[in-house]
Every structure is written in structure tokens, then in C-alpha cells.
Ligand binder design. Structure first.
Ligand SMILES: Cc1cc2nc3c(=O)[nH]c(=O)nc-3n(C[C@H](O)[C@H](O)[C@H](O)COP(=O)(O)OP(=O)(O)OC[C@H]3O[C@@H](n4cnc5c(N)ncnc54)[C@H](O)[C@@H]3O)c2cc1C
Ligand code: FES
Ligand code: FES
Length: 488
């Protein structure tokens, strides 16, 4: 029998917070600014795009506390149970002395109107703590999710390059308090389920994965929230009610990554950032795509399970995962089943998911040696943008030079992520040459009838998909290296 607590507990800077009443859709940013009067974190876009609201959230990963930059505008307060929230106000030193990161920004003229500045400082603070002497690419990656409309990025980057000269993380209060904070947070993870409110205002924070499975089976109408990088926008942009809500982002069992000689299994709650080292080790071809998912803050929150479960035709994990032959593991109560990932996407807004069933994990077979594999994301902006289309290509060429196997999958080309089966069939058995590739291009129109929308016209989508196959071919011939380096 699971014990129940009726309070959400977390640390805010140096203070323990205990909430017994909170709406499931209350965002951290609104709570900080309106209820706590901590107005250093700003609201620029309220959709996770600009980074003006960036704070750090310390979470337990195993026995360690790990601080991630996150966007407070789309993070729900109830998801903070058992964490440490650090806002810009926490950087204030004795007598108002600036933090090393802040001083570096001042000295390098990294701020003009100042609206974006707290967000930049928090992103850089998170970077400085884990990598005090960051390389230029590391700085650019950490700042992908921060927009500035007036200073320009060069002074901010110069400040980032200089920040270690102003101080080292070992001298930072957050470092000194690490052990005490970790113990305090561990104590909050006391094995109890948290339940607050009733009806639409109900919040459930399961005690474990089994507890979650049982709760969701009994309450299939409840909304699951993992990283809230989709659901957050339903609240801030569409004013939708989302309760009752089951929050699952804290479940350690859903953060497992199991690897063996033939496959890698990601549990649903693994975030993009948590998956990155394993992706780099096992699927290096996916790194350029992985580093172009949203920006750092969203990668720190958004989960692989959420990207699949939302059923979006433009989610970026389904095309490469389908091309790799991924298997999806679904669970309802104690009942588990496995399907091919591509079979999960039935139609627009319709997935093969029963009531009370959730995505537990996804298994990716490792790429057999000798196969070529690449994924290309086409979006209007290089970073922090949703795909207009995303194409994944995997091919095996026999010793005789003919195509033995082809798997091609696209997002943004149909109502669901979908394989290009006519193109695949047209390639098999043919010599892997530019002539073959050009001959099969018309088959794309049989597989896909894309639509025109704000991201791209249907003509653009079809032409871009065809050109991506040509690009893939050229790269398999060693001719696309320059292009590949430019986008990496
Ligand atoms: C600024 C910004 C940029 C973005 N850029 C990209 C991008 O480049 N590429 C991209 O693909 N996406 C992008 N997204 C979308 C989003 O980040 C991803 O889809 C993310 O993976 C969603 O995961 P989540 O954990 O945040 O999902 P949530 O918002 O928590 O949930 C999404 C949906 O999935 C359901 N759900 C979550 N977990 C489970 C589960 N285990 N079982 C069953 N149902 C579940 C929820 O009920 C909900 O319906 C972006 C979002 C933002 C805000
Ligand atoms: S206000 Fe723009 S990311 Fe939060
Ligand atoms: S300093 Fe004005 S938006 Fe960045």
C-alpha cells in the first residue's frame, strides 16, 4: 500500500517551500513573479523559445544533484517536487556584489536593455558550474535557447569566454551547499505518492513507475506530463485546462538507459540532454540532429517518450528511430506490449495507444556495420526551430554495388511520421549510383502528398525531400563532407 502525502516540497534558492494547494497548470514563472515577487526572471515569449525566464533546477540523478537550465514559463510548479530551484536572485553576493558571471557580462558590455540578461546569466551560470572554461562551441550550445534583440551575441560570447577569470565554481555558494542540498532533496523523495486537489485541479505525483502504471490505468482521463515542453504551451498559448495531471518527470525508473551489444533502450522519461552521451557513443550520425532539437533549456526538459507519445507529424525522433527499426514498449497496469514504432502512428492525432496505456520505453537496434545512415532536419532557423521536414536515410549496399536494404522515413511530409516505401522498393536491387537515385525521385510523390503551411509549401517539401536523398547519396560517396561539417 503506497503512503500518500498532501504537500509538494522543493527548495527555492535557500528556502524550503511546502505547497498544499497549487493549480496543476500554474507555471513556475507566474509563481515566481506574481506570488513570490521574484521578478528577475522575465517573460519574453511564454513558449520556451527566448530564454528570458531561464532558471536552474537541481534534480537528483542517481545520488548526485545535477543543475539544468530550464525555461520557467513552461515548467509547472507541481513538477518541481524534490528539486532545487535557483533563480537569478540567488546570485546576489554579500552587499550586492555581482556574481563572476554577471561581472563578466558587465565588463564585456553583454547587456543593453537588459530584458534578456537574467536568462543569459542563468544559462551561463549553469555552463560555468559544469565547465568553467568552456570552448566556443560549448558556449554557443549553452546559449542556443537564449535570444537577444539588441546587444548582439558577440559581447555575450566574449563575456562567456572570460567568466572563469572572474571566479571558479568551487568558490560558489551553490557548490559549497551541494552536500546539504542533496541531502535535503533526498529527504523529499520519501517514497510517498503526492496527491493534491480534486477533479480538474487534481495533481498526482506517483511514488514509483509501478504506482504510475496503476494510477493511470485507474484514471485514464488524466493528463500525463513529463517535460511539459508540449503541454506547457497548451496552457500559455491556448489557455487549455490540463487537469487532472499525473506528473512523471521525476521517476528515476523512467530515466533508465539500457545498453547491450545489439541495442539501446531508452525509457520514456529520458531527456534529450540525458540521452546525448549515449546517442554520441552509439549513433554518432544523429548528433547534428540532436544538437538542433530546440535549445539547451528545452533539451533539459523534453523527453524522448513525450516526443513519441505526442504523435506529432513533425517530431524529430520518429523519422530516425523508424529508419533504425525501433520497437516501442507500451504498458497498461501490469500488461506490456511491444509494437514497431512506425505502427504507433495511425493517423493525424491518432496513435495505437489504449486507454490507460503509456509509453514505457523505446528500443533502438544498433546499426550493423557497413550500413550508411543519416538524418537531415530542414527548418527556417538553424536552432530552436521545429522541422519543416526531417528525413532519415539508412541503406546497405552489397559487395556487388547494389542496394540490399533501404529504410527511409520522414516527418513533415504526411499526417504522421511515415516511411517512403515506394522509394525504398524502387532502390532495392539497383546499383547505388546517382542515375539510380535520380530515377527513383518521382516515387517520392507516390509516398507523400505534403501540405503547405507556415513552415514550407508542399512543392518545397517534395523537392527538399528528393534533394535530401541526393545529398545522402553524395555523402555515402564521400562527397558531402564539407556540407556535413558545416551543419554539424
Ligand atoms: C521552444 C521549443 C522548441 C522545440 N523544438 C523541438 C524540436 O526541435 N524538435 C522536436 O521534435 N520537438 C521540439 N519541441 C517539442 C517538444 O520539446 C518535444 O516534443 C518533447 O520531446 C516533448 O516531450 P515532453 O516530455 O516535454 O512532453 P510533455 O509536454 O510532457 O507531453 C507531451 C505529450 O505526450 C504525453 N506523454 C508524455 N510522456 C508520455 C508517456 N511516457 N506515455 C504516454 N504519454 C506521454 C503527454 O500527455 C502529452 O500529450 C520543442 C518545444 C519547444 C517548447
Ligand atoms: S519567456 Fe521566453 S522562454 Fe520563457
Ligand atoms: S539586451 Fe536587450 S534583448 Fe538582450
Amino acid at each position: 500500500m503506497v503512503e500518500i502525502s498532501n504537500a509538494i516540497r522543493f527548495l527555492l534558492n535557500g528556502e524550503e517551500i511546502v505547497l498544499t494547494e497549487v493549480a496543476p497548470d500554474l507555471t513556475l514563472l507566474d509563481w515566481l513573479r506574481l506570488e513570490r515577487r521574484l521578478r528577475g526572471s522575465k517573460e519574453g515569449c511564454a513558449e520556451g523559445d527566448c530564454g528570458a525566464c531561464t532558471v536552474l533546477v537541481g534534480k537528483l540523478l542517481g545520488d548526485e544533484i545535477v543543475y539544468d537550465s530550464v525555461t520557467a514559463c513552461i515548467r509547472f510548479v507541481a513538477s518541481l517536487h524534490g528539486t532545487h530551484v535557483v533563480t537569478i536572485e540567488h546570485l546576489r553576493g554579500e552587499n550586492g556584489v555581482l556574481h563572476p558571471v554577471q561581472q563578466a557580462m558587465v565588463d564585456h558590455h553583454g547587456s543593453q536593455c537588459g530584458f534578456c540578461t537574467p536568462g543569459f546569466v542563468m544559462s551561463l551560470y549553469g555552463l560555468w558550474m559544469r565547465d568553467p572554461n568552456p570552448s566556443r562551441p560549448a558556449i554557443e550550445k549553452a546559449l542556443q535557447g537564449n535570444l537577444c534583440r539588441c546587444t548582439g551575441y558577440a559581447p555575450i560570447i566574449r563575456a562567456a569566454e572570460a567568466m572563469s577569470r572572474y571566479g571558479q565554481p568551487q568558490g560558489d555558494p551553490l557548490w559549497a551547499e551541494r552536500i546539504a542540498v542533496t541531502e535535503a532533496i533526498k529527504a523529499m523523495h520519501d517514497g510517498r505518492r503526492v496527491e493534491l486537489g480534486v477533479g480538474e485541479n487534481q495533481i498526482i505525483i506517483p511514488a514509483s513507475l509501478d504506482d504510475f502504471a496503476a494510477i493511470y490505468e485507474a484514471n485514464p482521463e488524466a493528463r500525463i506530463v513529463a517535460g511539459s515542453t508540449d503541454v506547457g504551451l497548451w496552457v500559455t498559448k491556448f489557455m487549455r485546462r490540463i487537469g487532472p495531471v499525473i506528473f512523471i518527470g521525476h521517476l528515476q525508473e523512467l530515466k533508465r538507459i539500457a545498453e547491450n551489444d545489439s541495442e539501446v533502450r531508452f525509457y520514456a522519461g529520458v531527456t534529450y540532454s540525458e540521452a546525448l552521451p549515449v546517442i554520441a557513443a552509439n549513433f554518432p550520425q544523429l548528433l547534428p540532429l540532436w544538437n538542433r532539437f530546440a535549445g539547451e533549456q528545452v533539451r533539459n526538459m523534453g523527453t524522448i517518450g513525450g516526443n513519441i507519445a505526442n504523435g506529432s507529424p513533425i517530431g524529430d525522433t520518429p523519422p530516425p528511430f523508424i529508419a533504425l527499426g525501433a520497437r516501442l514498449h507500451l504498458r497498461r497496469g501490469e500488461h506490456r506490449r511491444e509494437i514497431k514504432l512506425e505502427e504507433f502512428f495511425v493517423d493525424y492525432g491518432k496513435q495505437d495507444r489504449q486507454k490507460g496505456e503509456f509509453v514505457e520505453s523505446v528500443t533502438l537496434p544498433l546499426l550493423p556495420s557497413g550500413e550508411h545512415f543519416a538524418t537531415y532536419k530542414i527548418s527556417k532557423r538553424r536552432e530552436e526551430d521545429i522541422s519543416a521536414l526531417c528525413g532519415a536515410f539508412r541503406i546497405f549496399v552489397n559487395d556487388t554495388g547494389t542496394v540490399g536494404m533501404a529504410r527511409i522515413a520522414f516527418g513533415g511530409m504526411a499526417a504522421t511520421p511515415k516511411r517512403a516505401k515506394t522509394v525504398e522498393a524502387a532502390l532495392i536491387g539497383k546499383p547505388w549510383t546517382l542515375e539510380t537515385v535520380e530515377a527513383v525521385l518521382p516515387a517520392f510523390a507516390e509516398d507523400f502528398q505534403p501540405i503547405s503551411d507556415m513552415r514550407a509549401s508542399k512543392e518545397y517539401r517534395l523537392l527538399a525531400a528528393q534533394n535530401l536523398l541526393k545529398r545522402f547519396f553524395l555523402e555515402t560517396q564521400g562527397q558531402g563532407e564539407r556540407l556535413k561539417r558545416e551543419v554539424a
